[in-house]
Ligand binder design. Structure first.
Ligand SMILES: [Zn+2]
Length: 488
């Protein structure tokens, strides 16, 4: 299934290789990358070293070679079924977000088997856009605290067998959202979600992930407004004990902000800090509606200062927020506040090229300047900065000793001609799903445009069939009846 055999050595030869020097991206011409045991062993000017006879070679001439992208926030288990449901929707009373009505309606109709197929399709889509690491926040355990972790186990098995790198983060929480389409309320579980939390923790402990495992664990309490103080504090403590990271959706909507302000007399981030959970291990999913945001106007930036001072990070997902009519205000402002920012695709398209492009443009629009964020700023967020947030300085860069997660992009593609500034071309011009070859740990999961071990036509047909079942069940469940099984 996997075409290359990194254990016997691999040379990726003659590419235009994107490295970093003194903190900036530099394209190194005619560069060979020597890979051994899944790691980058050394970089050489082509023709200046002897490639061992037994090594496999990948000819990268005519290609830009970049580090694989780090997708800091994704939900592959349901994303394919939400296409066509979440757009152009959202009640004005609920911050114009489809989060509280449309998304739960789809999720309630999805079965475990649907999730596994959706995750496979999601990885195909991501790899084709150069993503080699995904934080996969499964949700099945979140819905009313029901659901089995069996599907998560299957997802982990699939990732390992296909050679896909994944940070697995099964979610849990203490409450469900309840809404009539106008107001938002919470239905709290009697056990605060601790039963499910313990199951997730046991599951992650049982993964036995070694240093070389493609799959690594992360704790993921679902949302800042649906978790109790005790659940978040226990999460923080258990993560610290194990050296794991935590990801929590926060700052998703103005509804969340005002609900929590009323509940605690503090902004959501002020509360998180107050209870001791805003730590360097904490990754805030979205982090948009903070105290300075124009939809909130609580103050002029205390939450930003708080996150920066705590050393916490933000998983910025500009596309999904843009679809809701909301901007992060603004990426340069977050960076200036000392906040570590990575990028995530969240829903769809699961395309980091698109995410970088929109992050650059929305960041400029929100700051009303053409100068920042630069292409290098957003490429940094999608590569080494995202990796550092995960505590993985061996990812997101092409350096000796780092994992050989590499992407080859054809330089002769029309959108890339002429070659001048490859970082700007990659961010502003590179077409969707255009990676030519993708290596994870030195193994080719995509080779010359062909996915290893996946029949994409068959998978697409299966997802279409499963999706029609999901949409039909949404109707049967009486959820969003106007959308029921609607194929247009
Ligand atoms: Zn999310």
């Amino acid at each position: 299934m996997i075409e290359t055999h990194p254990d016997r050595g691999l040379a990726v030869t003659g590419g235009l290789v994107l490295v970093r020097a003194d903190g900036a991206f530099v394209a190194r011409r005619a560069c060979d990358i020597a890979v051994s045991n899944g790691r980058i062993q050394s970089l050489h000017d082509s023709g200046t070293w002897q490639i061992p006879e037994s090594w496999e070679r990948i000819d990268a001439s005519g290609h830009l070679v970049t580090p694989g992208f780090v997708n800091l926030h994704s939900h592959g288990t349901d994303t394919p079924y939400t296409r066509g449901v979440l757009e152009d929707a959202g009640s004005p009373s609920l911050g114009e977000s489809p989060l509280y009505e449309h998304l739960p309606a789809v999720r309630a109709a999805i079965r475990p088997a649907d999730e596994l197929a959706a995750t496979e399709l999601s990885f195909v889509e991501r790899i084709r856009s150069g993503i080699t690491t995904s934080v996969e926040m499964t949700y099945f355990t979140e819905v009313q605290s029901r659901g089995s972790l069996d599907v998560v186990e299957e997802i982990v098995k699939t990732a390992r067998s296909r050679g896909w790198r994944m940070i697995i983060a099964p979610r849990y929480k203490s409450a469900d959202w309840v809404t009539d389409g106008r107001s938002l309320d919470y239905r709290w579980y009697s056990d605060e979600g601790f039963t499910r939390f313990s199951e997730c923790l046991d599951f992650l402990d049982s993964l036995n992930t070694g240093e070389n495992d493609l799959v690594q664990p992360m704790l993921a309490p679902a949302q800042i407004d649906t978790c109790t103080e005790r659940l978040l504090q226990t999460t923080t403590e258990e993560a610290r004990r194990r050296g794991w990271k935590v990801q929590l959706h926060a700052g998703q909507s103005e509804k969340e902000f005002f609900s929590m302000l009323e509940r605690n007399g503090k902004t959501p981030l002020e509360w998180l800090d107050h209870i001791g959970c805003l730590t360097p291990d904490m990754i805030l999913g979205h982090g948009v509606h903070l105290s300075h945001h124009s939809r909130v106007q609580h103050d002029d930036g205390s939450d930003l200062g708080r996150i920066g001072a705590a050393g916490a990070a933000v998983a910025h997902c500009p596309v999904v927020n843009g679809r809701k009519g909301r901007l992060l205000e603004s990426l340069p402002r977050y960076l200036d506040a000392g906040i570590r920012v990575g990028l995530g695709t969240d829903t769809y398209p699961q395309d980091m090229l698109n995410e970088m492009r929109i992050a650059a443009m929305f960041g400029k629009a929100a700051s009303q300047t053409s100068r920042r964020p630069t292409a290098a700023d957003v490429l940094s967020a999608a590569t080494w900065a995202g990796a550092d947030i995960l505590g993985r300085p061996d990812l997101g860069r092409i350096e000796e000793g780092c994992r050989a997660d590499l992407v080859l992009w054809k330089l002769s593609a029309a959108a890339n001609v002429p070659t001048r500034d490859v970082v700007k071309s990659l961010v502003y011009s590179q077409p969707h799903a255009s990676a030519d070859t993708v290596l994870i740990d030195g193994r080719a999961v995509l080779r010359n445009g062909r996915m290893a071990g996946v029949d994409e036509d068959a998978l697409a047909a299966r997802i279409q069939e499963l999706a029609e079942g999901v949409w039909a069940r949404m109707g049967e469940l009486g959820r969003l009846a106007p959308l029921e099984a609607e194929v247009v």
